[in-house]
Design a protein around this ligand. Structure first.
Ligand SMILES: [Cu+2]
Length: 117
């Protein structure tokens, strides 16, 4: 029991447990494309990337965190953004993409976790 509690405190295992719970209960499932971007230094950088991401027809919502170097893009239901296209769009705008991952979080959850730091 003690080990179980310790395991649940691990963020990775907690996330896995949440995933299992959401799948088991059929709760609304969110996946967000989380891009780590280098070179954003001001609100203008953030705004221009946000605008670019919003122009893609697959985009439902965008959240940019300058401090955390995050550009999070939510996709419209049933639509999928092309990672290579996002990479190119951000690079063409003059920023460096450090990584792209799909995370099991909504934009609101990412925003909340960033604010909580
Ligand atoms: Cu700037």
């Amino acid at each position: 029991m003690k080990n179980t509690l310790r395991a649940i405190r691990s963020p990775r295992i907690a996330a896995a447990a949440l995933t299992a719970f959401a799948l088991a209960t059929g709760a609304a499932w969110a996946e967000t494309v989380k891009v780590t971007v280098d070179g954003m230094v001001c609100a203008f950088c953030a705004g221009s990337i946000e605008k670019k991401m919003k122009a893609n027809k697959e985009t439902a919502d965008v959240f940019v965190s300058l401090e955390n170097k995050i550009v999070a893009v939510a996709e419209k239901p049933g639509m999928k953004l092309d990672d290579a296209l996002l990479r190119k769009q951000i690079a063409d705008a003059g920023y460096e993409v450090k990584g792209i991952e799909r995370v099991p979080q909504s934009i609101a959850e990412i925003r909340a976790s960033v604010r909580g730091k």
